[in-house]
Design a binder for this molecule. Structure first.
Ligand code: FAD
Length: 659
């Protein structure tokens, strides 16, 4: 067991380090677990402190940025005194050259002088050597820069010298929660515990918690001003003394002669490396802006991942867990925002003081968190006007029970492939479903068709079955299952531990990997999940999964989305005969008659998505599937007549009244 600290911070970029130092200075014991100090966006950044040049509109974000920029001189001075290391803070102002004529209408914001328009002559006086196409530009005298790598090192050294327990090279694999309380973090080196936790894992945050943070890649490079003389260059000029911030390119000169050039902005996930196109575009734009650069020796190429959120604002403050605070999603301004983030988060944790600004940055803006708990709907849903006397079904049947939880509907459906959210909502209502499976990865990444999906359904009435669609290995599926559990919690289903386990390495037939599924199921059961594994109709595998503690087995009728119907009826029959857990027939059902057929075999439930979502009228098909599921179930309970070789008259001939 690792020592228990007051606060454990996940992530050692500038945000995590700045918070750690602030808390430590207020007397807390603090530890930081960080996977890789050098992979942090904090190392990849340009270090501009540029709320005005970035043209952040008036509002809470601009207020936050301006507060932080104002903290910089003192904050960096203290760090420098503590460590003897320079941070490269430089209030050099920022020039924003333009290629088109701009009519400068006003130069003041809120009565403060924040920017000045410079015409072609004036801007060339401020910075000689600009490209001939530059027609003028804005001057932002209050904006500044810091050498972000020097800053990160100074923060790291300060934290160490103050006694923060920093562990680099440790990956946090999962945040363990119980009853809205974090009880520990599972890591590559065992479990760590603390009284309070802070998530500052930058672009990787949503690997641990379902916050909508995604990576936005930026490629960068640096050149160096040639030492000594410039004699060999005919157009010798004084070196750059200000940050140049033009459309699609910025050039950041450091005091030590290095010049940082950036940055691309790419939606490519965590794809690493620099690309010829990326670097070519940066060089082309940089030389257009400041032609002399073409002679300077290149020093380095690198890339990094900005932690982006849907509204491009950070996520700061409380979380669904009482003892977990969030400080992530700083996107393009994390270096700028580090000092103010540290103060606001430390106030919140150590003094329970919540600055009014934090309200604007709470995670809950992305979720309609419902305070009510999930309550199962009544036995027969009002939307279904069943002609069958309810008591007949009740007297014959018991409700479907999975992992101790009972459900009246035996039809489950999904949320994928619908043309519109409205179609999905109507279909789910008509299906009478109580269990809805949701692809965690697609909701997390807000893949097309999945935007707003989690919020579109009433999770007080529907039970979420997070699924691991898109996972090709057991490890991926385990990670996504953990995220799914957090997603359900965020939507108000605190005790939802269900996961539909899909491990599918084969993209053509989408057939599940039996070995990977078993491996992942074993681990997830150990972690307390109710596992509903999606499998090929293999009776031996079904047995093994039941033995390791799965809550159901979900054999496929035929390949996902194929609509081929019950191709595996014989094997499914064997699974049903031998199963001690509910058997849910999943995938491949195309018509209500096939749904009824599967239920007549004795399946406990069905999961049908494509056949409903892809129908011309999905809501009508949803209702048809619902009726068929019930009809099939009732028929199974009623007991069918035996199949005979010869006809038997409907009206018996014996015992009749004869003349
Ligand atoms: C190309 C580029 C240019 C930029 N330019 C600027 C700029 O000029 N000005 C500005 O203000 N901002 C800029 N930014 C944005 C800024 O860099 C980020 O907003 C800021 O660094 C975020 O800091 P952070 O500490 O939250 O995340 P990071 O610096 O990314 O740190 C996150 C840390 O968490 C660790 N971690 C992740 N997952 C785990 C896990 N599971 N377990 C343990 N540790 C984990 C990582 O290894 C990393 O060390 C730029 C970013 C990029 C990419």
């Amino acid at each position: 067991m690792n020592a228990i600290s007051d606060v454990l911070i996940i992530g050692g970029g500038v945000v995590g380090l700045a918070i750690a130092i602030e808390l430590k200075l207020r007397g807390a014991t603090v530890s930081i677990l960080s996977r890789d100090f050098h992979a942090a966006a904090s190392h990849a950044a340009a270090g501009m402190l540029a709320p005005q040049a970035e043209a952040i509109p008036p509002g809470p974000m601009l207020d936050l940025c301006l507060r932080s920029r104002a903290l910089y001189p003192d904050w960096t001075r203290k760090l420098e005194e503590l460590t003897g290391l320079a941070t490269g803070y430089w209030p050099c102002g920022i020039l924003a050259p333009a290629y088109t004529q701009v009519e400068p209408d006003h130069c003041e914001d809120n009565g403060e002088w924040v920017k000045e328009w410079l015409d072609r002559d004036a801007i060339n006086l401020y910075q000689p050597g600009l490209g001939s196409e530059v027609s003028g530009g804005w001057w932002y005298p209050e904006d500044a820069q810091v050498d972000n790598r020097a800053l990160a090192l100074a923060l790291w050294t300060s934290a160490q010298s103050l006694g923060v327990d920093i562990r680099d090279g440790i990956t946090v694999e999962a945040i363990q929660q119980q009853q809205r309380q974090v009880v520990g973090v599972q890591t590559s080196c065992g479990v760590f515990r603390a009284k309070h936790y802070v998530l500052t894992a930058g672009a990787w945050s949503n690997e641990l918690l379902p916050v909508p943070v995604r990576p936005k890649k930026g490629q960068m490079l640096s050149v160096r001003v040639p030492e000594g003389n410039y004699g060999e260059y005919p157009d010798r000029l004084p070196p750059l003394a200000r940050v140049l911030f033009a459309p699609d390119i910025y050039i950041v000169p450091r005091r030590n002669g290095l010049i940082v050039i950036g940055a691309t902005s790419e939606e490519v996930g965590f794809t690493p490396h620099n690309t010829p196109t990326g670097i070519q575009s940066l060089l082309g734009r940089a030389i257009r802006l400041y032609p002399q650069l073409q002679h300077y020796p290149i020093q380095e190429f690198w890339w990094g991942f900005r932690p982006a959120t849907p509204d491009e604002l950070p996520i700061l403050g409380s979380s669904p867990c009482k003892n977990l605070t969030l400080a992530t999603g700083h996107y393009r301004n994390g270096i700028l925002l580090a000092p103010v983030t540290a103060i606001l988060i430390a106030d919140l944790i150590s003094e329970q003081k919540s600055d009014p600004l934090l309200l604007h940055f709470n995670y809950s803006r992305f979720y309609q968190v419902r305070s009510q708990k999930y309550t199962p709907p009544p036995l027969f849903l009002p939307s279904r006007q069943m002609q069958i006397n309810p008591t007949l079904e009740q007297s014959l049947d018991r409700p479907l029970t999975i992992a101790g939880r009972t459900f009246q509907s035996r039809l489950m459906t999904g949320t994928g492939k619908y043309r519109t959210l409205e179609e999905m909502q109507q279909s789910i209502t008509q299906s009478g479903c109580q269990i809805i499976t949701v692809a965690v990865r697609r909701v997390q990444s807000k893949a097309p068709g999945h935007e707003g999906l989690a919020e579109a359904l009433d999770w007080t009435k529907l039970w979420m079955l997070p699924n691991t669609a898109g996972c090709q290995t057991a490890q991926e599926a385990i990670r996504v299952a953990r995220l799914g559990r957090e997603m359900a919690k965020l939507l108000g289903q605190e005790d939802n531990n269900f996961v539909k386990l899909e491990v599918i390495p084969d993209p053509k037939y989408l057939l599940p990997d039996p070995i990977g599924t078993l491996e992942a199921a074993e681990q997830l059961v150990k972690e307390g999940f109710a596992v509903l594994p999606y499998i090929n109709a293999d009776p031996i595998l079904a047995r093994r999964l039941e033995d390791v503690g799965c809550a159901t087995v979900m054999p496929l009728a035929s390949p996902i989305g194929s609509g081929q119907g019950l191709k595996n009826a014989a094997n499914i029959q064997i699974i049903i005969e031998n199963a001690g857990v509910p058997v849910v027939v999943d995938a491949g059902i195309g018509t209500p008659s096939e749904a009824a057929q599967a239920m007549e075999l004795g399946a406990d439930a069905l999961l049908i998505n494509s056949a409903i979502a892809g129908a011309k009228n999905p809501a009508a098909m949803a209702r048809a599937m619902s009726l068929a599921t019930e009809a099939g179930r009732l028929a199974y309970l009623a007991g069918r007549i035996p199949v005979k070789n010869y006809a038997t008259a409907s009206s018996p001939l014996s015992g009749t009244i004869t003349s």
